[in-house]
Design a protein around this ligand. Structure first.
Ligand code: GDP
Length: 473
């Protein structure tokens, strides 16, 4: 590649590398500094990729109004824990998704689409929770058009309800209130509506302009009305995109699959993503090898608002990373490498700062603060981030939770090694330890704990933290 671009012979470049002590083969990747040295040796000029180059390659051409077509709204469900977010998403999916041919097994890809009776297509993000919503937003991906605020009619407005309202308002995303659990005898939808008034959410029943629908995820009551309310809100928003351009999208979830390599669920936001497309996504790049839709069916292309699982990445991106289709592999790789370098520099700078700060802080802290170190492994990036954010809030002036490491995938021997060194337990969320890690944990006395509910995990850590606290007193 380098020889090509300099229009030099490959053999000469390999020779030059060897003379500089780099025993490289033809297809080996070399680092930027080495490349620079070689380029200069051949008498060529080096131009490194800059922000401006990246912008030029993934230039955001304004779409002509006449090219814009209607697209499905993208919906996120938020609300207080146990108010029924997951149940509602499941109920909508089960009632509305046409079951796949293979015995109706629909796989979880982080988002799914449904059709309303009126014929509107809706895209639901299947990862409820505020942490996921904000961490995506902080990475620059605004992927939600409408927020469904779930409030349980037997419980009314709670702290996380208020948090959700604030998130939706901050993102300037319109809300629809789903008053859930209306099947319960002690349900009191009126209390929900009056409670909401105090938080400047005035629902239609109260002569406001926020739609509210009484539902029950359990009995299915009100689900169709809710979907129609969403369709109506979506019409008001006039959501449009241009299917005839290079695709741009956002990563909803990403993981490293043992059999298939890095896999990302991408929500296409503009353009159409096609098999064979070359793309950059955050610090990674790839070429679409295959795509599967929310029902596990192979698809060759995905237009605006369509979620697809993408295979063919060279690394695992993060939730919220933006995907852009580019023309050539060289461009894709260059941008990805450039971004990796920028991120590395940033981390180095941040590391230096925290070390200094930490040094000063440490002397102060040592006698006062007990740290509870933990390792977190989860099945998907979104969950891992949500857990870390929740854990960082646990603790007080005396005890603090420190997440030493978190990641996606099974618990490995490396994790156990790190945990042993810091006397930390490993918390697995929807993942387990592989056999060698299990053995190693047994030998080293490292505690492995498995969870499938974030709330339970956080609760246990809280309990452990308060245990530390009482020991201290
Ligand atoms: P999340 O934490 O907001 O995702 O809440 P979940 O969906 O996990 O629901 C919490 C609990 O409420 C579960 O035990 C559900 O079975 C129950 N639940 C959810 N929706 C309803 C509903 O409409 N009616 C009744 N009776 N129970 C519900």
């Amino acid at each position: 590649e380098l020889a090509n671009r300099m229009t030099e012979r490959v053999g000469d470049v390999v020779k030059a590398l060897m003379q500089n002590g780099v025993m490289a083969t033809q297809n080996q990747t070399i680092d930027a500094d080495t490349a620079e040295l070689i380029i200069e040796e051949f008498g060529h000029t080096v131009t490194r990729v800059s922000d401006a180059d990246v912008e030029q390659v993934i230039e955001q051409v304004e779409d002509n109004p006449e090219d814009l077509k209607d697209r499905a709204p993208i919906i996120t469900v938020m609300g207080h824990v146990d108010h029924g977010k997951t149940s509602l998403l499941d109920a909508i999916r089960n009632a509305k998704v046409t079951q796949g041919e293979a015995g109706g097994i629909t796989q979880h890809i982080g988002a799914y689409q449904v059709q309303t009776e009126g014929g509107t297509t809706l895209t639901f993000l299947d990862t409820p929770g505020h942490a996921a919503f904000t961490s995506m937003r902080s990475r620059g991906a605004q992927v939600t058009d409408i927020v469904i605020l779930v409030v349980a009619a037997d419980d009314a407005v709670m702290p996380q309800t208020i948090e959700a309202i604030n998130h939706a308002k901050a993102a300037e995303v319109p809300m629809i209130v789903a008053i859930n659990k209306c099947d319960k005898p002690d349900a009191n939808p009126t209390k929900v509506r009056t409670d909401l008034l105090q938080h400047e959410v005035v629902v239609e029943e109260m002569s406001g302009d926020v739609q509210d629908v009484e539902v029950s995820a359990k009995s299915g009551k009100g689900l169709d009305e809710l979907l129609e309310a969403i369709a109506l809100q979506s019409e008001i928003l006039e959501l449009k995109a241009n299917p005839d351009r290079a695709a741009q999208g956002a990563v909803i979830e990403a993981k490293l699959d043992v059999g298939r390599g890095p896999v990302a669920t991408v929500l296409v936001q503009n353009g159409t993503l096609r098999q064979g497309d070359i793309f950059v996504v955050g610090e990674q790049w790839g070429k679409v090898r295959a795509m599967e839709n929310d029902q596990g069916a192979r698809v060759k292309e995905a237009g605006p608002s369509v979620p697809v699982e993408v295979l063919g990445l060279n690394g695992t991106p993060e939730a919220g990373d933006v995907l852009n289709v580019v023309s050539t592999e060289a461009q894709a790789r260059e941008i990805a490498e450039y971004r990796q370098q920028v991120a590395k520099d940033k981390r180095a700078a941040a590391g230096a700062a925290t070390t200094l700060e930490a040094l000063m802080q440490k002397a102060k802290d040592d006698e006062n603060v007990t740290e509870l170190p933990v390792l977190v492994k989860a099945d998907v990036q979104g969950s891992a981030e949500a857990i870390v954010q929740a854990l960082e809030k646990v603790g007080n002036e005396e005890v603090r939770v420190r997440v030493l490491h978190y990641g996606v995938g099974a618990i490995t021997e490396t994790d156990v090694g790190l945990a042993e060194a810091s006397e930390a337990p490993i918390l697995g969320f929807n993942v387990r330890a592989n056999a060698s890690a299990r053995n190693s944990a047994n030998q080293k006395g490292v505690e492995l704990r498995y969870y499938s509910v974030i709330y339970d995990l956080v609760d246990d850590v809280k309990a452990a933290a308060s245990g530390l606290l009482s020991n201290e007193i």
